[in-house]
Design a protein around this ligand. Structure first.
Ligand code: FAD
Length: 471
């Protein structure tokens, strides 16, 4: 490509926010380029996030099931771990997905400007290639979709080597199963990657600042799930503030003290995974010089139409406010592309599902009980356990339950929380229902196929206003 090329839209960052925005904008007839500094497209999600973690979660779950539940099903095997092959499956999954994005760019005539993007001003982006050559492009609209990066532990110096002291990126590529793994942070990423290595044989200890895991999740769900993980061998040190993570002779050590006060304690492990969250990535983007405002947490400040403080510059995805989720970034990408093409793009932030891909899975959409109590909305609760579901019994997936929260007066569904096998797929009927403002009676009167796990969703809906049939 030539210097001084002119585009309708230049997107900086090719993660789920950026690449989806680019494709949608191109489909709507705009001339689009994407600046990406990584060697492959797809951002955090496809390269070192959602996709590789799900490949390893699936493979490790099959390995674990082969050694545990297969026997009950009359399938006798002696599973043996081939970690290299498992990692090769993960790598192949990543490369087919990132290759898919490159294919879609070609198909939609989107230019990939390889290099690091910097906003010079509204309408002007500089791209520094690997060889240091700087090119400048003109853009009617600039979209900042630079995502997020690993956040360390506030006030603690963590020297990541991605072998012994690792972030999620290193935890996706360990050369062997650690005998012991300490996970700092009991959030989604820590519990998912902790599960991978626990299933492959590691003894996992989770050190968490809060008094519960999965902060922000429905309290009952988080508590029950913690018990399930404890049964799987997880050790939890909740209400613990980490004060040091250090390399020691063999492995690393984590020092923590009770948040409420008390003596510090140090635990050694072969590997320490620091999974304390992510921070918006705006390094080297030139935002301050260009006059683009950040908020108090370093996120690019935007209005309801993804406009930053500078006209012609927009931002979406992890780098702005809201849940750091790939599908949230994607939907913002679509909405913004529509807005840039003169249409009415919109994202409904009340219906953004979230899934924890552990075993069992946890999925949730809408409000938690705690949130409803806080704002004083009166609600009804309907619950149904998978232990009373025929399909769950047939497949040995009886752990977990469905919980539905509906408005007491109108019966409108306000929140759905599912712990159980396939929860990530089951949640979507609730999302669609909520998107259309449906009631729990609508859900309970919708015919569900038998025998399926989804019947538990129907029964939980029934339980919000009458009695479930099968319990
Ligand atoms: P990103 O995906 O972070 O992409 C930003 C891109 O911008 C990167 O490729 C980066 O190289 C590029 N970039 C940054 N600055 C520049 C620059 N100046 N010039 C050029 N390029 C630049 N979310 C889910 O919904 N489901 C999951 O299962 C899930 N699992 C996860 C597991 C892990 C281990 C991690 C770490 C995250 C996971 N996430 C998951 C979160 C998800 O990855 C993010 O929400 C999503 O990637 C955000 O998309 P984005 O487009 O905003 O940014």
């Amino acid at each position: 490509w030539e210097a001084k090329m002119a585009y309708d839209v230049v997107v900086i960052g090719s993660g789920p926010g950026g690449y989806v925005c680019a494709i949608k904008a191109a489909q709507l007839g705009l001339k689009v380029a994407v600046v990406e500094k990584n060697a492959t497209l797809g951002g955090t999600c496809l390269n070192v996030g959602c996709i590789p973690s799900k490949a390893l979660l699936h493979a490790s779950e099959v390995f674990h099931e082969a050694g545990h539940s297969f026997d009950t099903l009359g399938v006798e095997v002696s599973p043996k771990l081939n970690l290299k092959k498992m990692m090769a499956h993960k790598d192949a999954t990543v490369s087919s997905n990132v290759g898919g994005v490159a294919f879609l760019f070609k198909k939609n005539k989107i230019d990939w400007l390889k290099g690091t993007g910097k906003v010079l001003a509204a309408g002007r982006v500089a791209v520094t290639g690997e060889n240091g050559k700087v090119d400048e492009v003109e853009a009617k609209n600039i979209v900042i979709a630079t995502g997020s990066d690993v956040a360390g532990i506030p006030g603690v110096d963590v020297a990541f080597d991605e072998k012994v002291i690792v972030s999620s990126t290193g935890a996706l590529s360990l050369a062997k199963t650690p005998g012991t793994l300490v996970v700092v942070g009991g959030g989604v990423i820590g519990l998912e990657l902790g599960s991978v290595w626990a299933r492959l044989g590691a003894k996992v200890t989770v050190v968490e600042f809060l008094d519960n895991i999965l902060g922000g999740m429905d309290g009952e769900v988080a508590k029950q799930f913690q018990r399930m993980l404890a049964k799987q061998g997880f050790d939890f040190r909740l209400g613990s503030k980490v004060t040091a993570v250090k390399k020691v002779k063999k492995g690393a050590s984590v020092t923590f003290e009770p948040v409420k006060g008390g003596d510090p304690e140090t635990v050694d492990a072969d590997v320490v995974l620091v999974a304390t969250g992510r921070k918006p990535y705006t390094e080297g983007l030139g935002l301050a010089e260009a006059g683009v405002e950040l908020d108090e947490r370093g996120r690019v400040r935007t209005d309801g139409h993804y406009r930053t403080s500078v006209p012609g510059i927009y931002a979406i995805g992890d780098v702005i406010v809201g849940p750091m989720l790939a599908h949230k970034a994607e939907d913002e990408g679509v909405a913004l592309a529509e807005i840039l093409a003169g249409q009415a793009g919109h994202v409904n932030y009340d219906v953004i599902p979230s899934v924890v891909y552990t075993s069992p899975e946890i999925a949730s959409v809408g409000k938690t009980e705690e949130e409803l109590k806080k704002v004083g909305i009166e609600y009804k609760v309907g619950k149904f356990p998978f232990s009373a579901n025929a399909r769950a019994r047939a497949t040995l997936h009886t752990d977990g339950f469905v919980k539905i929260l509906a408005d007491k007066a109108s019966d409108r569904v306000l929140g759905v929380h599912i712990v159980g096998f396939g929860a990530g797929e089951l949640i979507q009927e609730a999302s669609v229902l909520m998107e259309f403002g449906g009631s729990s009676e609508d859900l309970a009167r919708t015919c569900h196929p038998h025998p399926t796990m989804s019947e538990a969703v129907k029964e939980a809906a029934l339980a919000t206003f009458f009695k479930p049939i099968h319990i």
